[in-house]
Design a protein around this ligand. Structure first.
Ligand code: BYC
Length: 333
């Protein structure tokens, strides 16, 4: 267990009270946990938590961290071919931010008793997932803009509510991540706006890119609620604050006016404002495609994992050197 010490002020009130009593049995501990959840207070790493809560958090946080790290690949692909120094500096900064997000999230997961190395090994052995969206290729520079606009846009819809998730370290990591995602989304929109003000060829590039990314971006929110095995329990524990379908709807409602301002068409002929619901109606994404992608059969799954595995192997000497250095310092201190 990585056991970072958490100052007592960060421990929820219900749990602090519980700790003062030396002989608590499991029922009392569980009641303390339930009270904390009910009060929308935070669970902290040293607090008692049900094993299922801990496992669900490790699964979700790890999947999120892996997504940030694998997510560096599709955009990293364009760093050497950015059309100007300015675009290159922006893209470099964004991809570096994603590495940082991955590290905050692995640190949050470590407070639950798993190491970053263990999680990385589970990723490269195919035992843990990462977001479906990163299994699609980036075929033109417009994709850098579309990823910023739609993929980071989806990330913001999904992750702003996670700032209020019940597990302290995850919620605190999300606050910083969301601030950076907001810059990512704006840089994407600004890039697309610049291209839309350019030549016919540039406008066609943007439209083609939006056509490819629209449906995969909607799939990022996960399966429909009635086919989501984890949502009900994760909502009851305050890990998730909204269902997959609610967030997908929020994304569509937010994006349609932005598409109009940009002058692109979203590739869904059924998209229409529904006065009664106060939301846009939209078609179902292709859920068979989604299932294939999360099973490992998407267009780029093999390439993404092979690249991640190679990077991990290439970094072995750095990990060995750092471990040897730490041991040497320990021995001489
Ligand atoms: N892709 O019961 P459900 C980013 C899996 S990073 C792959 O609804 P849950 C960015 C799900 O894991 C974006 N798998 O699950 C980075 C489960 O399988 P397991 C990443 C998916 O957890 C760089 C099964 O399907 N964001 O934005 O309640 C550059 C059933 O699903 C997906 C996060 O990770 C998917 N799209 O809800 C730019 C956010 N969807 O694990 C941008 C945090 C579902 O049982 N995560 N699955 O084998 C979440 O909010 C939730 O985990 C999800 C899924 C909404 C994604």
């Amino acid at each position: 267990m990585c056991g970072r010490l958490i100052p007592d002020r960060s421990v929820s009130k219900a749990h602090r009270e519980a700790r003062m009593t030396a002989t608590l049995d499991d029922t009392e501990l569980e009641a303390g946990f339930e009270r904390t959840i009910e009060h929308h207070d935070r669970i902290e790493p040293r607090d008692w938590m049900p094993e299922g809560y801990r496992k669900t958090l490790i699964r979700q946080i790890a999947q999120h961290a892996h997504s940030e790290i694998i997510g560096m690949q599709p955009e990293g692909n364009w760093i050497t071919r950015a059309p100007s120094l300015r675009r290159k500096a922006i893209l470099l900064a964004k991809v570096q931010d994603e590495a940082g997000h991955g590290l905050y999230l692995y640190s949050a997961a470590e407070t639950l008793g798993v190491s970053r190395l263990q999680l990385t090994e589970m990723l490269i052995e195919g035992k843990q997932k990462y977001s479906s969206i990163f299994n699609y290729p980036t075929l033109s520079y417009a994709d850098v803009g579309t990823i910023g606009w739609l993929v980071d846009g989806a990330a913001i819809c999904n992750q702003v509510p996670l700032c209020r998730t019940s597990f302290g370290p995850y919620g605190r990591a999300m606050i910083r991540i969301c601030k950076e995602e907001s810059f990512h989304q704006r840089q994407g929109y600004e890039l697309l706006m610049t291209m839309m003000r350019g030549t016919d060829e540039q406008r066609a590039m943007v439209q083609e890119s939006v056509d490819r990314f629209w449906w995969p971006a909607l799939m990022m929110f996960g399966p429909p609620d009635d086919e989501s095995p984890n949502t009900a329990q994760s909502m009851a524990w305050g890990i998730k604050r909204n269902t997959n379908d609610d967030l997908r709807q929020r994304m569509v409602d937010m994006t349609v006016p932005q598409a109009e301002a940009l002058g692109v068409t979203l590739p869904d002929p059924t998209l229409a404002w529904n006065e009664e619901r106060g939301h846009y109606d939209f078609a179902e994404p292709d859920w068979d495609e989604f299932l294939q992608v999360i099973k490992g059969n998407g267009p780029c799954n093999a390439q993404r994992l092979a690249h991640r595995r190679r990077a991990h192997e290439d970094g072995a000497w750095v990990r060995e050197a750092a471990t040897a250095y730490a041991a040497k310092r320990e021995a001489t201190s």
